[in-house]
Design a protein around this ligand. Sequence first.
Ligand code: P6P
Length: 334
Amino acid sequence: MPVTLGQYFAQSGADPSLVELLLAVSIGCERISAAVRRGAVGDILGALESENVQGETQKKLDVISNELLLEACSPASRLVAIGSEEMDGIYEVRKVGPQGGFFLLFDPLDGSSNIDVNVSIGTIFSVLPAPTSATERDATEADFLQPGRSQIAAGYVVYGPQTTLVLTLRAGVRAFTLDPVTGEWLETNEALAIPPETKEFSINASNMRHWAAPVRQYVEECLAGDTGPRGKNFNMRWVASMVADVHRIVMRGGVFLYPWDAREPNRAGKLRLMYEANPMALLVEQAGGAAFDGQGATLDCKPVSLHQRVSVMLGSKAEVERLARLHAEALQPA
Ligand code: P6P
């Protein structure tokens, strides 16, 4: 009989308050999964009049998912505050006193553009330590601005043919699939490992003319296949749902790129550091892969704002190292 999520936590030796928070996240995601699966039948598809802090039109399910996670997670006894893609500022939950507590960040429903066309979407979450200084006073956005390497736990839930939770407590990466009959999360992979080599890259190729030279060179070499410097043919995948693309990479290898491009030169990238790139980067590193932000390891990036964007290249280690080399060579004097 597969291990349940609760049994895994019980044997993990993890801080009981962290377990309480992560179980609350799993409950929130169960509720999101039920809402997503109702779709048009539940009259919850489509867009709202409102925009989020990103200036993006909010989908009904974006807002519903955010509310479901706030409702499920707020009772967690040592949760201090929450940051969300769908909320401008941080959401204070409680002061926890000197024993300290946690910050929770999430993108409640990533891949929104896919909701109305029935393509896989997901929830991404990250847990940071709340500095003890933030337990006696209201937490501030500045308290959240910790590098990704500070994360205590991270994960995502992909709402696809299966609803699957992929999680790291910084001791490897495990997957749990929601049993639609019993409502239990059952362990379906106890040690996910990303192959260092791959023949699959994932990027929105329609932006090619806007990419920086190292990214363009990398992709052109992949496209040249066995007639070019790579000496092998590549395949391309782009779901336009980060959780779906990253889940494929976690399961079978590959490299995911959403790099800086010249369409908005003052913007580091499209994806957000705190609740998309950092949790995914921790998972990928814990699974033996790598994550690069165009300058260094994503997890070493020092955040400057809660909703900042970043260039994302992550997945099979040999490919990410190749991309890092190409970026370094581009900085060398001609
Ligand atoms: P594009 C979804 O909107 C998202 O934030 C990520 O999940 C996804 O990887 C990316 O944007 C897709 O962007 O420009 O290809 O539509």
